[in-house]
Design a protein around this ligand. Sequence first.
Ligand code: ADP
Ligand code: MG
Length: 364
Amino acid sequence: MTFTGLYGAPPAVVADAPGRVNLIGEHTDYNGGFVLPTVIPQRTIVELTPRQDGRFRVWSENIEGPGRQAEFVLGSEAPTKTWIDYVQGVVVALRQRGFALGGADMRIASAVPIGSGLSSSAALEVSVARALRSAFGLHLDDVEVATAGKWAENEFVGAPTGIMDQMVSSLGAPGFALFLDTRSLRAERVPIPPSVELVIVDSGVRHRLVAGEYATRRRQCEEAARLLGVRELRDVPVLGLPRVEALPEPFRRRARHVVTENDRVLQAVAALRANDPAQAGELFYASHASMRDDYEVSVPQVDALVEIASAERDVFGARLTGGGFGGSVVVLAKHGSGRAVAGRIAERYRRECAAAPTVLVPAM
Ligand code: ADP
Ligand code: MG
């Protein structure tokens, strides 16, 4: 259904925001550390006409059945445990920051795969905030758009995620990785060298325990930081690893992942700047091994995908991207080989793991 079909006239504004893939720096953002994500070409689009009576009517093309249509009233937002909470959460975040909103008719349509670890949630939050900014002339910068989105997801939806997804959706640009210090929110664009191409392969596996496991890892990191006498694990440099090795399990391995992963982000930034894809690829493999063995957020099918990718001649590196427990693998391939590599990896994975992969080759 088109916007005009839904509401009787074309939208006053149209805004959008991309999904993302994290190149390296996983489970570091809620430890105050470094991340290196980039945007994908798939985006969420929000068409919007402002209202002045406090009503919000929202329709999503990506939801099946009657639940695709939802309504709420400004000032009476309440969590429903459905997708509309992401929209309500952004509205509440903006209200709390003192912005005056009047209500809106909205239509949402997204090409970002939902629940694949490519952050359809941040794409939704950022595109909604951008549409409201444009419709109501809000003086809101791109970092504030990101923090409003994070607030919506953490406080309204109740998902304890870090700031990476919203920051890259709001500040990222095609062809660049966003080197982000999640403590200071200082962000720097690092060009992705023309020698490489990214391939994303979704394993098709979804773990039901993701939210619980995520919360457990967060608590373990906080406890490890407390045992080490630092504010956050970000404050432990690689030189501090001997002290990490002395921690009891599971804190030793959890902290070792975060400390070494932060260092790998810095090394990967240097490798991209030096146009050294082989070195960047080695860091991808090391990151995957650390997530698998120390952080324990991988699953056998995802490990198989990385293994299959590593046997390809034109592949520099591969790793689980996103929170884990299923989801997608990001592959660093030789420029020009992306489609062929993706096809062969998907074919072998389908055959050997009897699973259904989805492949994305974002043109850089
Ligand atoms: P991911 O961000 O990795 O895709 P999440 O579980 O964090 O996965 O977010 C997915 C949820 O975000 C969906 O279940 C839905 O509630 C909401 N969502 C994302 N995109 C849309 C959309 N286009 N329309 C409606 N809801 C959406
Ligand atoms: Mg998400």
